[in-house]
Write a protein that binds this ligand. Structure first.
Ligand code: FES
Length: 155
């Protein structure tokens, strides 16, 4: 195992995977800039329903539970994928792909919402649905869990 990762809401962290030891990182807020689009262009309608939670791969440690207070969210990476994590209560953690469904920018974490800096799409952190467009589709969900002191995400 590598050095223990720690999760803060404002700084980048390092973590190791539960299964492979590969590195990943987490942080809160901010955006790493735009990425090439491969998603559908949208006009502003809210997403109709959250995406289903896939079974995903092996759980990856993305940070410590204590680093994400209840009601807060954070960004990070799991196996090279940018993820958003939200902790709605003491025993639950939710995870999403941070790639905006509008045009592919990296969505940031802001408390109980995720906000895209490129065109302002806002997503509900509780289910990934669109609160404010132009995105129309919800964020892609990932399976997430609290495993002892750790938040794990299966991508
Ligand atoms: Fe346009 Fe996110 S890329 S709102």
């Amino acid at each position: 195992m590598s050095a223990e990762p720690s999760l803060t809401r404002r700084s980048v962290l390092r973590a190791s995977t539960a299964a492979t030891g590969a590195a990943c990182a987490l942080a809160l807020a901010g955006c790493s800039g735009g990425a090439p689009a491969d998603s559908k262009e949208a006009g502003g309608a809210a997403s109709p329903s959250p995406s289903a939670v896939p079974s995903g791969g092996a759980p990856v440690r993305v940070g410590k539970v204590t680093d994400v207070p209840v009601g807060q969210s954070a960004t990070g990476t799991a196996n090279g994928v940018n993820v958003l994590v939200f902790r709605p209560d003491a025993k639950t953690v939710l995870a999403y792909n941070a790639k905006c469904t509008h045009a592919g920018c990296a969505v940031g974490a802001q408390g109980a919402q995720f906000v895209c800096p490129c065109h302002g799409s806002t997503f509900n952190a509780s289910d990934g649905t669109v609160v404010v467009g132009p995105a129309k589709q919800p964020l892609e969900r990932y399976a997430a869990a609290i495993d002892g002191d750790w938040i794990t995400v299966s991508v």
